[in-house]
Design a protein around this ligand. Structure first.
Ligand SMILES: [Zn+2]
Length: 197
């Protein structure tokens, strides 16, 4: 297939500046919640990356990789004006659902994740609290499912029922292994300024 050269960067990728992040090991990560439901699906950690489980024909399942459910949420960083997609463990996703239900709407609250200890695989603690009003309107959330499909390079067959869901599933417990991601320092540096009152 020939290369599709262009002399302009594409302008139709609203998520090109969006980062996919998980809870750092040694710092808290905060953002403002947006009006988008948590989306999640079973995933595999294979070949150094998190990949979506693709059901009956999933090559990772066939290769014996354990599936772990992960939830994904868009968060807004009011300092950078950018959105991130936060990956949540099953336990943190359950905490999110329980806590967000106490608010009349999903959007506009300060969400913070941190680890219970300094161990890399320590449990992720999630808290939601009212965000101080700053007078700026919240952006429209990016479409997290489309973003992840783009990131994962998944061809979505519209005739296939999706395995995504907006609530955690309990049928498979995740292992304690955490995939390597951004270093804690990288994440801390980028997001230390987020959500200052
Ligand atoms: Zn699979």
């Amino acid at each position: 297939m020939p290369i599709d050269w262009t002399d302009q960067p594409p302008t139709d990728q609203p998520w090109q500046s969006v980062r996919l992040l998980r809870c750092p090991e040694a710092a808290a990560l905060s953002g403002i919640t947006l009006d988008y439901p948590m989306s999640g699906c079973p995933t595999h950690y294979a070949a150094g990356r998190t990949r979506p489980c693709q059901g009956k024909t999933c090559k990772y399942c066939l290769d014996g990789h354990t599936a772990r459910w992960h939830g994904y949420l868009p968060l807004y960083n009011p300092v950078t004006g950018r959105q991130i997609v936060l990956e949540l463990t099953l336990a943190a996703a359950s905490d999110y659902r329980r806590q967000i239900s106490a608010y009349p709407s999903r959007a506009g609250h300060k969400l913070t994740v941190r680890r219970a200890s300094k161990k890399p695989n320590a449990r992720v603690l999630l808290s939601i609290e009212p965000a101080p009003p700053n007078g700026h309107p919240l952006p429209d959330p990016i479409n997290v499912r489309q973003y992840l499909e783009h990131m994962w390079g998944v061809d979505v067959d519209p005739t296939e029922p999706t395995r995504s869901s907006d609530r955690p599933t309990e049928h498979k417990r995740h292992s304690l292994r955490t995939p390597p991601g951004d270093s804690p320092r990288d994440v801390a540096n980028r997001l230390a300024e987020a959500c200052k009152p």
